[in-house]
Design a protein. Structure first.
Ligand code: BGC
Length: 415
């Protein structure tokens, strides 16, 4: 975008291609930061980071390149188009893990390994996360946070009206509680949204039915997508879908969340950006529990920031990245975003009760990755799975869904 703007200014000045423009006049002092954090708790998180950037990086200006749409569904498409026309933002949000490898393989991001050393990041980030970020000995992004995907959010008043006072201990109890809500007159007890949010639900059910190790194996080739446990998980997933709103395929996550806030649903499975968003939308009295049957599995994902190859403002972007990785940056950003700091040296004081519980869980839990949010699978793989779920939402043909999931794994797994 900025490149286009500069060319337009050059044209207005009548500058020739041989460089009669005063370089200083056009000196880039803005850093275009590309995310999908456009409203609610997501925007609050971004604002907190930008405010820190203002303090840390005098002379640099933040330019908001956000493209709205949960899980980056629209942003990623726009980013692909911008990359293709050699107009990348200076830095963009990308998930740690498999999703980053797409950009690395395409040479679209620069090696940031030297910053890890000069900013002391290896001493303050979990070694497992640094490993997940390392590709052929190099690291290409700076993580801002750890989000948890496998959380169910509740409207306590709706549950109390149906006589539900405790979190369900397993999947069967969860289904029984959904039935209680339905009986009490709640038409769609489980708030559901479009494809990728349904993938999150399927993943949570898979964690319960397969256990953390075999679930993780689905993305490494160690667990067979055609196996009976996956068949069972698809059946359990379908039971849950039947307790949801019929317009699910047309709703993004904040619209599904609205059903919860308005008391039209009792539960929603969603990542913990919802904690910040419920607060931002005036509903701080929410309840939460880890998805029933997930035990101590913490389904993690991490938003990280890159330095685009060919970034217009390298100095400013380095400063942005330093802020992202800094203690003060992570403290401010995560308090507002609902996630927890990726850094291990941040105290939990000042964080919400939900976040304090997530910080404690992260220390002792079993980490499992997320396909819906890029830590487990690459973008083409994720798109194939989302397409299979869109088809399933109307066809309800479990065999076709299972073979589509197996074929996607077969096609995209990196061995
Ligand atoms: C991102 C979160 C974001 C969520 C919903 C996830 O993929 O990692 O930062 O809040 O999508 O948009």
């Amino acid at each position: 975008m900025r490149m286009v703007a500069l060319l337009a200014v050059a044209a207005l000045l009548g500058a020739s291609a041989c460089g009669s423009i005063d370089d200083d006049a056009l000196a880039p002092d803005t850093v275009e930061v590309f995310t999908w954090w456009a409203e609610g708790g997501e925007k609050a998180g971004l604002d907190a980071l930008v405010s820190r950037f203002g303090t840390d990086c005098p002379g640099q200006r933040f330019e908001n390149g956000a493209v709205a749409g949960g899980a980056g569904v629209n942003a990623k498409q726009e980013l692909t188009q911008r990359m293709a026309r050699h107009d990348p933002p200076d830095t963009f949000q990308a998930h740690a893990g498999a999703e980053m490898t797409d950009y690395i393989d395409a040479g679209q991001v620069e090696d940031l390994t030297a910053y890890y050393d000069s900013w002391g990041l290896r001493d303050v980030l979990p070694s497992g996360l640094v490993e997940d970020l390392t590709v052929n000995g190099k690291i290409f992004s700076i993580p801002a946070n750890i989000h948890r995907a496998n959380v169910v959010w509740t409207n306590p008043a709706v549950l109390a009206d149906a006589g539900i006072t405790a979190p369900p201990k397993d999947l069967a109890t969860f289904v029984a509680d959904l039935a209680k809500l339905k009986f009490a007159g709640v038409e769609a007890p489980l708030a559901l949204g479009r494809d990728w949010t349904q993938l999150m639900l399927l993943e949570a059910v898979l964690i319960s039915d397969l256990g953390p190790a075999r679930f993780s194996g689905l993305f490494t080739g160690d667990t067979d997508w055609r196996g009976t446990p996956v068949t069972k998980a698809i059946n359990d997933f379908t039971v849950l879908l039947n307790y949801g709103n019929l317009d699910r395929d047309t709703l993004d996550w904040p619209q599904a969340e609205r059903l919860l806030i308005d008391g039209k649903a009792g539960y929603q499975l969603m990542g913990d950006w919802e904690a910040a968003d419920l607060t931002a939308k005036g509903f701080p009295g929410y309840g939460w529990f880890a998805f029933p049957g997930n035990g101590k599995a913490f389904q993690w994902l991490a938003d990280s920031f890159t330095l685009s190859t060919g970034a217009s403002n390298r100095t400013g972007t380095e400063c942005w990245l330093k802020t992202v990785g800094s203690a003060a940056g992570q403290q401010a950003f995560n308090a507002a975003k609902g996630s927890i700091p990726a850094r291990t040296d941040i105290v939990s004081t000042g964080y919400s009760p939900y976040q304090q519980s997530a910080m404690a869980d992260w220390k002792s839990a079993t980490p499992v990755p997320s396909c819906a949010h890029g830590s487990a699978c690459s973008q083409p793989w994720q798109s194939a799975v989302n397409a299979a779920l869109r088809a399933y939402s109307t066809s309800r043909d479990p065999k076709t869904l299972q073979s589509a999931l197996a074929e996607a794994a077969n096609q995209f797994i990196r061995r």
